[in-house]
Design a protein around this ligand. Sequence first.
Ligand code: PLP
Length: 475
Amino acid sequence: MDKETFKKYGYEFIDWVADYLMEVEKYPVKSQVKPGEIKGKIPPEPPFREESMEEIFGDFKEIILSGITHWQHPCWYGYFPANNSYPSILGELLSAGLGVQCMSWETSPAATELEEAVLQWLRQMLGLPPGMVGVIQDTASTATLCALLTAREVARDFKINVEGFQGLKSPLTVYASEEAHSSIEKGVKIAGYGKENLRYISADEKFALIPSLLEKAITKDKGRGFQPACAVASLGTTSSAGIDPLESMAEICRRHGMWLHVDAAYGGSAAILEEKRDMLRGIEGVDSFVFNPHKWLLTNFDCSAYFVKDPKLLIRTMEMSPEYLKTASDAQVNNYRDWGIQLGRRFRALKLWFVLRSYGVEGLQEMIREHFRLAGLFLEWVEGEDIFELMAPVNFSLVCFRLNDGKSSPEELEGMNRELLEEINATGRVFLTHTSLKGKYTLRMSIGQRTTGEKHLRQAWGLIKEKARKVLEGR
Ligand SMILES: *Cc1c(COP(=O)(O)O)cnc(C)c1O
């Protein structure tokens, strides 16, 4: 491709993306294709001769778009949001254009120093303690794995990195709420603790970990010769956005000499609102904290912010210094390659910088406040209808509810709600997902798309009620 063609399509693609984001409502929110349908349209052999961008772009529109689930649709209520924004897209474009690999300070000083600076901005925005420093990871899963690895090394004086886990007499244990995200268990497995040494602690009726049970489990393990190494507090669980009691957990971890990691992947963004910072009480006692600007803070996937109290411990866990990576400035600078798992790193701070500057703290606060308002509205609607039941407190902008006619068995209720979700999503007009809360099948209305407005929410509610009546009539 020559420069002129690059420019031609570059301008055209920006136009296309701008129109796409304006018109995204014309697509069904969730892709309607069947498994194998897209692959069936891709030639099994690679092209031997060059193809024109016109053909490639044509196929993008013809083939790929039908297999896209539109996360940027204003009627996206599934999982959690992964919202993007114009400034973030532009930042990604420049990052792709620069094509730099930011493993060390010397491989692009600006990438390292901008990352340091914007993470300090984020730290202030959330009200995290002044001593904490940050690094961008691809995902919260990776950040949590880093925390578990560091906790492991700290618990054993950095010997497991050398000797491995073989033949350890007192196995290390990890603690998290039964509502914790699956990435905790995955990290526990990868970090070598073993799933059997992860203790799930029961949550109360608000889906928050019960601290007295945490204390009990730790004491019991100690008595049986285990070594408690780490606890994970969730601020905004995935199923119901429950909030673990950070202050009590911090006190327990301090007393037992354990690492405390916070998973605030979704909920953390809400801390940019001062009125939502109650959940951070006890944060001084936390060793590491992760939240995802790629969820609720208008920054394209992927961008996960990982903060640690003492970076020396993280670096000591991760550091590798082969001769070919050594640089003259190593003693004076941050080499972010030593702050995580992979060596190569994208220039992700750029899009975050663009977002934070374009919106300002105020602009981001306004968006999140509006999502809170919409969730409050939806909550009122659910509570105002006899046939619906609220399933969890609304701590953020996630509303958990289900259809309940008051006269069906638990099995029938599950069947009705499965049917309701299928009916709703089959329209293609909205997309919701489900979970299970205390064994009850629950619908999740997760509000957090940049463009979701009250108009969209009212339409969704109308549709949900209509389908609920249909389900009830069919019984
Ligand atoms: C989304 C989510 C995760 C996983 O996030 P990734 O960045 O995709 O790894 C972890 N924890 C919680 C609470 C989440 O909501």
